[in-house]
Design a binder for this molecule. Structure first.
Ligand code: SF4
Length: 490
């Protein structure tokens, strides 16, 4: 197993991660990062043109071939930009995203699809510097290239504005002694025959969630301290480090109210907590006609259309249930953009025609819908006032659950609709997202919408139908949750 730049970074996070990868890959949790990988690849494809003409070293499983190709290219040109330039020093391999050769001087550019400069990226570049300088290359500059979150597309993409470059040469040089030691340590550690012992710590979650966490925490059983949050993480680590393991142990810990509620409900099977007064107060803030709104959005690192920023959530679909009066008939409207088009203008026009001014709109986690509407209002001044009127009149159906006016054991540590709905309607197949075909969550909706551009007519119709069903369930679920709240305070 060659060390590579990503393996080096994983080894820095925790050497056991690499050992398990090599010796027990079957215990790794399946990564759920297809769309992240796809986005990362898209960023790299575009970043290759950052310095104009370049020669790309084609990826192949045969790393030696990539290294040979790189040397051939280096020898053929005095000045050249090479992407995926590959090197191997003493079985330590690396591909440099962009390598600039100017005579006998070399510059390394490490491209990241992130909008933040993180310390971990410096490690990545330091490893590359180590490999290249050990091979005798005169590396004069190391830079990290990230995406400029503030860039807004107008016309064709301006690569010099889309990307930000940070010179980290001096940090990289400062780290060289440590890199050399770490490479040696990792390579020795990897040779260990027996499974190394490593205690759970911050490294299990930072800088990245470790895919071996379920395996390494298997002896804790469930529920354990890490079940205190919807997703295991550093927040729960504090209790683990204080010696707490089970929920029973946690009864003695310094928990906040929500954590204590979670632990006690789980341990004592407590009846549902319903604060009728608070729920009534919430219900009194609503008025009819009442609209239930939910958007689906996609995000791309490279903006597809004018007036889109990197990773901006672009709404392409909404579902809208509505009732003219309390307990009145529930009606439905919806919008789904044509694939391959900028969805925003049509969506915004339909939204203002579907939701009148000065009515109450409900969303679940309203800041998401409000942020999308505010952005549409910014882009389309002619629709600004109506859109902002909708924005200002949105109420949040998550409030009674996030503020714990209503809590049941089945809600666990989350007030998201994906937890609250099955907790309130455990046996209703009509409200079960698992019973939907193809699309069961926002991520799948986003991927399906993007994939529609390359579908046959039949596939397109099938996918549109599934998208409409999925989004419709989101707002229908809100209708049902509201009626459940009303029923509980009667
Ligand atoms: S879960 Fe933690 S201890 Fe286990 S391999 Fe991952 S980082 Fe290391």
């Amino acid at each position: 197993m060659n060390l590579s730049k990503s393996r080096y970074c994983r080894g820095l996070q925790c050497k056991k991660m690499l050992w398990l990868e090599k010796n027990m890959p079957e215990v790794m949790t399946e990564p759920n990062n297809d769309s992240i990988m796809e986005q990362g690849n898209a960023v790299h494809e575009v970043a290759r043109y950052l310095f104009g003409e370049h020669i790309n070293i084609e990826y192949t499983d045969n790393l030696n071939e990539m290294v040979k190709d790189t040397y051939r290219t280096i020898e053929s040109y005095k000045n050249v930009v090479i992407t995926e330039a590959s090197f191997n020093y003493d079985n330590n391999f690396c591909s440099v995203d962009i390598l600039k050769k100017n005579g006998d001087k070399y510059e390394i550019y490490e491209v990241k699809s992130s909008t933040e400069l993180k310390d971990v990226y410096i490690n990545d570049a330091s490893y590359q510097y180590y490999v290249l300088t050990s091979l005798g290359f005169n590396v004069t500059k190391c830079s990290i290239v990230i995406i400029n979150r503030g860039y807004e597309r107008m016309g064709s993409i301006d690569l010099n504005k889309l990307f930000l470059k940070f010179d980290i040469t001096s940090d990289v040089i400062d780290l060289q002694t440590k890199v050399k030691e770490t490479v040696k340590e990792i390579n020795e550690y990897m040779d260990s025959e027996t499974e190394p012992i490593e205690d759970l710590d911050r490294k299990c979650f930072k800088p990245y969630d470790c895919l071996f966490f379920n395996y390494c925490s298997r002896n804790l059983g469930h529920p354990n301290v890490f079940d205190l949050a919807a997703k295991p993480g550093v927040k729960c680590l504090k209790f683990y480090k204080e010696g707490y393991r089970t929920f029973k142990d946690l009864l003695k810990a310094d928990l906040n109210n929500n954590q204590r509620q979670r632990v006690e409900f789980e341990l004592y099977d407590k009846p549902d907590h319903i604060d009728k007064e608070k729920i009534k107060e919430f219900l009194d803030t609503l008025s009819y006609p009442l609209y239930y709104l939910d958007f689906e959005t996609y995000q791309m690192p490279i903006p597809l259309y004018d007036r889109v920023k990197p990773y901006e959530q672009v709404p392409f679909q909404y579902s809208l249930h509505y009732q003219e009066q309390d307990d009145g008939e529930v009606k439905h409207k919806e919008f789904l953009a044509e694939a391959g088009t900028d969805p925003r203008r049509k969506l915004a026009e339909r939204l203002v025609s579907d939701i009148p001014e000065d009515v109450c709109t409900l969303a679940y986690n309203k800041s998401f819908e409000q942020t999308r509407i505010k952005r549409l209002a910014e882009i389309y001044p002619d629709l600004h006032d109506h859109l902002m009127n909708i924005h200002d009149n949105i109420k949040d159906l998550e409030d009674p659950f996030s503020k714990k006016y209503y809590y049941t054991k089945a809600m666990g540590s989350s007030s998201s609709i994906k937890y609250v709905l099955p907790a309130l309607f455990p046996d209703d197949p009509e409200l079960d997202y698992h019973n939907l075909e193809l699309i069961h969550n926002g991520g799948e909706a986003m991927n399906s919408f993007r994939a529609m551009e390359n579908m046959t007519k039949e596939e397109l119709e099938y996918t549109r139908e599934r998208l409409l069903k999925y989004c419709c369930l989101d707002t229908y679920a809100m209708v049902k949750i509201l009626s459940k709240l009303k029923e509980k305070v009667k």
